[in-house]
Design a protein around this ligand. Sequence first.
Ligand code: ZN
Length: 446
Amino acid sequence: MNRSMSGVAQARSGRATLAILAALSFLTLAVPAAAQEDGAGGRNVILFIGDGMGFQQVTLARIVKEGEPAEPLFMETLPVLGYASTWAEDCLVTDSAAAATALATGHKVANGVVSQRKDGKPIRTILEAARDSGYATGLVTTTRITHATPACFAAHDGNRDAEKRIALDYLETRPDVLLGGGARHFDERTLEQFRELGYQVAPGASALRDAKPGKVLGLFAESHLAHDLDRDGTGQPSLEELTRRAIELLAGRGKGFFLMVEGGRIDHAGHAHDAASIAADTAAFDRAIRAAVGWSVEDGRTLVVVTADHTTGGQGITERVDVQGLRRVSSSAERIAERVEGGEELGAAVLAATGIELTDEEKAFVAAGKGPWSPALEIGHVVSSRLGVEFYSPAEQFRHRKTEGHDGTFVPVWAMGAESEEFRGPMDNTDIARKMAAYLGVELER
Ligand SMILES: [Zn+2]
């Protein structure tokens, strides 16, 4: 980009920033004084990854949210729009590990691989490169903190399922802030090692609120955090709360920070063909983005990038979509499945959570489910179909054995803030890592 182009781009993004600033004047966030006074060129990158969030999931969330479908989600209002190809080294359709490795290192790997070369050597991640250059670093997710997406930023392994090893890898990488689920992969001995390294281990939302600036390991569930529809009564913090807290803990430390925030359960809702949860988890992810942007417009040195690793479930938008019906759904398909497995009658459980009375044929379809996502998948499938949201059939879905229903289409890339113009137009997911590294002035491996 030449100088005059970049001037135009700056003017354009300046106007957009003012518009967003006006829209966000109601948002406040406690930022350490050092972050505001330090004019010495600290740079921050906040990367948001909506796991399984393609354009179709964003479209659904926009339709289902309160208000008119003409009103975009917050993320859609970010001034720069691009799109990224996502394929893995060994497959046209990526899983979360290969995609997150691309976003974290700028390298293509095979599905299932966590930032590692074929010969077993680690590939340095942007988080590690930033840490080595004096930046503070953090990972936030609604999945287990050892799950594929966060793992690829701070661990190296040939197998994404080796989550206990991945937890131990974090003792080496030592990101300043680790917030998510996955307590089951941290035994007392491992937690003690984190404490010895100076981590405040926060077992609940109130301990997280009390944490002082510094290293924090926050694990708020044994496995994944709840789908947003199911969060009431769990005591778990929302993704927005986790994001705000991570920024408060990281801002003003080092020469800036790198933070990755994952909306990880959009993907699981896609695997379960659960349209209402796709919309709710995408909306919760959107609120986290709004909170981060509300902070970063004041900071002025932050690059915010919003993208996805892949899309999930083959979800469509038909003209039959029942918006009111989708808004009435009060539990995820996963939670309904848990109730049924706990002994509740299927028809009663679905009726209570969705207002839909299943036919005998639909009940038989649910009872016949035998896949890894059953019976949540079959419950999600029949409920979503009744509400006018169709997905690839389960039979079709499990033909893709490696990814169980991911999709190889391009994913959106939204950006705002410093050097965000670099993210306009087409790119590969590996380019996103390189563009972020260039802004931070850190080197990724060739
Ligand atoms: Zn997935």
